[in-house]
Design a protein around this ligand. Sequence first.
Ligand code: HEM
Length: 534
Amino acid sequence: MALLTLSHYPSSLLLLYGLAGWVAYVIAVGIYRVTLHPLAKYPGPIRYKLSGWPLLWQAFKGNRHIWHLKDHEKYGPIVRIGPNTLSFNTETALSTIYGPRGANVKKGEWYKTFDIAAGAYSSFTETDREKHAIKRRWLSPAFSAESMKINEPVIINIIERFCDTIRPGKEGWGQSWNATDIMTYLGFDIMGALVFGCDFRTVQEETNRDLAESVLPASQFLYWVSYLPLAVLVRPLLRTKLFEIAGGKPVVDNNRLIDYANEQVKSRGIEEIQEKGASGHGRKDLLSRVIDNYDKKTGWRPTQAELDTESLNMINAGADPYSGTMAGVIFYLVHNRASLEKATAEVRSTFDSPDDIVNGSKLNSCVYMYACIEEALRRISGVPSHLPREVLSGGITVDGHHIPAGCVVGVPAYALHHTPQYYPDPWSFTPERWIESDTTPRESVELARKAFCPFSIGMRQCSGRNIAYLQMKLTLAHMLYRFDMRLDPDEPGRGCGGPDMEEGRQRKDEFQLLDAFGFGRDGPMVQFKIAQTN
Ligand code: HEM
């Protein structure tokens, strides 16, 4: 009957009613979000309160970290950055939300799209807390001290080969190198060798560079796509031709990387290995360490798809943040010559020859070089924006505020790392802030440490943190020992901010980050000269 009655109306009138109904709905939702929503009392720009699109736009533009900082400077330590999302900018919130095992949160919906194209959730994107704990236990042999010890020569070998490649002639300054490019290749070569036992040689040869260069653009694309309100509908499309057309080269290349990881897992003969155990196959790479492992507590074993995703994740999560951080370390050192000279002098006085540069007490005694890495990590922040956490049933109390279930909370590292309360003179590159001395009291180092989160903290902190530190320390020590380093005088501005750039990007001596969960970057252009010790 209803259909019969409706058919008497012209279709344009029905359309009009439909439209009016939709507008009324949107207005009602808007009014609810601003007045009655449980987060209505928290400050923030009205556009954030009304819709999630501003955040998505920031993710698309790569400037979300800048907005987080600006918003906190304007509105204070708690900002409502989305209808359902709060951002906190205190070390206490950091430890409440991310720190304790029992924090009443889980990873938010955003993670469910990010690496599902590989066929399953990885330890990075698993949102279920129980399943995540199982995966973390299962992966532990890959990230153990023993694994690091065995893999250290692999890392050193690739760093030495890298140094041979960038080695200048005997006299004067050599050619100009883009630190972003060479570090992207070095990071990919190291992780390729560590994860799969493969020799990609992207530092030396063109052949596999497409793969190395696809990691970041794919992440840039998936970063904002994962924030789409109906991202759930996008997930089944991720491996389709349609998605390749929409996303272009980065998606095509990323799919190649996924296929590569799948092939690597398949070629190990997973079923046979799981049946007989891998101990006899003689491989030491990270994949081999987990392929025949299982969770001893629950008996859980990974499927082929879970292994595929995890190995892809280790390459992606491992290579790019290291590469970006190293480009940043180089940026801040060549822009701060006093720090560069001090770190260089320390390294050269500690080691007797390049062969001497291995993990151990000598490397650990290079406290100033280590402080330079920490300070660069502070400025860059690793993952500069929000790591979204969804509040579970019963809610959570953060900095005295009770936040109900279903809301999303987080602390943006870049904003926290540039808050003067924790880091006086936050825009200066000051490695000294990490070293206790007459001018830097213990309390200020401790406070700086409490707010420091480039690897996040707690249960979901980076599993590769120790490997990353080892790689960064070895890379820098080998480079500083062998070479003097300087900014290319013909192209000093690559990677810098400038007065013509958007607000928040004007500082010339700041390494510019294009937020992409990790971050895009360019430069600096650097030259090397054989050190006099050689
Ligand atoms: C400078 C280098 C690195 C930085 C700054 C970094 C940063 C991070 C951050 C902030 C997270 C937390 C992400 C979140 O909560 O959503 C994370 C997670 C992770 N990272 Fe790293 N990472 C680095 C290197 C590595 C390396 C070398 C590996 C592997 C060998 C790795 C593997 C992982 C994995 C597997 C996770 C997921 C952990 C989990 O949720 O259980 N990362 N990383």
